[in-house]
Write a protein that binds this ligand. Structure first.
Ligand code: FPP
Ligand code: MG
Length: 395
């Protein structure tokens, strides 16, 4: 078809001009059009690690007044009169559609009866319609995404969809006892290590856990299934505001660049979103122990344990309690009374819940640090409030 149609378009000359003549005299059209070249940094797209020190380490510190060198091109003295673009509002809608699609699928996988205080979609309409409803939302979200006409944004949001599945598959593998792949290290390995001496860690590994690798696996799964959506969407929003490096974007301001003020604003947004996302999921895992289904609006009171999942509160408690909790983890809390026993051990005989909250607070602080590399606005205060609220939420 290409041979049949190339040259028909009025843009053909421009397309052809972007191609290069190689030494052999052949046209390297594909290479020149960059179809193998990512628009976003590879660290962002392939970010399996929930902390991505490579980018967070580069975020500029705020000046003493709390302002950075960045200048707002459209000034607003009251810090609130700069409008939200229609594309950015649409992006928020796309993000919500992807999120809802993932929950429609998740409630099938988890056989969950309740969502947001109402019967879940599979409970109300059955598994088949719930899956198809999710697929339909993904299809409509993809159409809306294409119409934003920014390839860098398309790349980011499409990667989010893959990340959600990757996170869910990691969790499924953990449920079936197959979490053997070694995850990469994150900065928060120290958070795990500082709680145990090397001898304790060796003993723990010999006894089948909990090991640092299990904690890393949990953190990566958490990033992929929750934080990637918020982080990459926040980054995409900034891109639509004029920080695009997409060569085919109508709003393209510059050629592809991985540094400079554009990159730092994108990285700040990404860091904010991903850290809020991490904190959100950590608190979600705490609330599974602390909240009731009625207050939480979804199955609670050990719902994760019933799915065979050892989340952060369990991993921390296991580190403190040892074998008594470990044997329940290894048999996926499937023995009679296992869930109740595990709930009691985590809640009453460990600091697992407090340590998980502490870790969530550290992520919130990282989110706020990223925000403070941006100039002050009321919106920035709002984002800070949102991050702080994640810690105090009860549902
Ligand atoms: C909720 O987790 C689930 C997610 C955050 C992501 C689920 C992702 C998939 C099912 C992959 C398919 C993705 C798409 C886009 C169709 P949870 O079960 O821990 O939380 P819950 O208690 O709210 O159910
Ligand atoms: Mg679920």
């Amino acid at each position: 078809m290409a041979k049949a149609t190339n040259g028909l378009s009025p843009n053909w000359d421009a397309v052809l001009a972007r191609s290069q003549v190689t030494a052999e005299g052949t046209k390297a059209i594909e290479g020149d059009m960059g179809i193998d070249e990512p628009l976003s940094p590879r660290e962002v797209l392939n970010d399996f690690n929930p902390h991505m020190e490579s980018i967070e380490g580069l975020l500029g510190p705020a000046t003493p007044s709390g302002h950075t060198q960045q200048q707002r091109l459209v000034s607003s003295d009251d810090g609130q009169s700069v409008p939200i673009l229609a594309t950015q509002r649409r992006l928020a809608e796309i993000t919500e559609m992807i999120h809802v699609a993932s929950l429609l699928h998740d409630d099938v996988i988890d056989a969950s009866s309740l969502r947001r205080g109402e019967p879940s979609a599979p409970a109300a309409f059955g598994n088949k319609l719930s899956i198809l409803g999710g697929d339909f939302l993904l299809g409509r979200a993809s159409v809306a995404l294409a119409r934003l006409r920014d390839n860098e944004v398309v790349e980011l949001l499409a990667t989010v969809i893959a990340n959600l599945v990757e996170g869910e598959v990691m969790q499924l593998r953990a449920q079936s006892g197959a979490e053997s792949t070694a995850p990469s290290k994150s900065a928060f390995s120290t958070f795990w290590q500082q709680q145990a001496t090397p001898a304790q860690q060796d003993a723990s590994a010999a006894a089948g856990g909990p090991t640092e690798a299990m904690f890393e696996h949990y953190m990566q799964k958490t990033y992929l299934k929750t934080a990637a959506l918020i982080g990459k969407s926040a980054r995409a929003s900034v891109i639509l505001g004029g920080f695009s490096s997409s060569p085919l974007s109508s709003s393209s301001l510059s050629s592809r660049s991985g540094s400079g003020p554009e990159a730092s604003v994108k990285d700040a947004a990404y860091s904010y979103g991903r850290n809020v996302g991490m904190a959100f999921q950590l608190i979600d895992d705490v609330l599974d122990f602390k909240s009731t289904s009625a207050a939480f609006g979804k199955p609670s009171g050990g719902a994760d344990l019933r799915l065979g999942l050892a989340t952060a509160p369990v991993l921390f408690a296991w580190q403190e309690i040892g074998h008594k909790l470990g044997e329940l983890v290894h048999r996926k809390f499937e023995g009679p009374g296992d869930v109740e026993k595990a709930l009691g051990l985590v809640q009453n005989q460990s600091t697992g819940l407090q340590r998980t909250e502490e870790l969530a607070k550290q992520h919130v602080q990282l989110a706020i640090d990223a925000l403070h590399t941006l100039p002050w606005t009321e919106a920035r205060d709002g984002l800070q409030g949102l991050a702080e609220q994640v810690i105090n939420r009860i549902k």
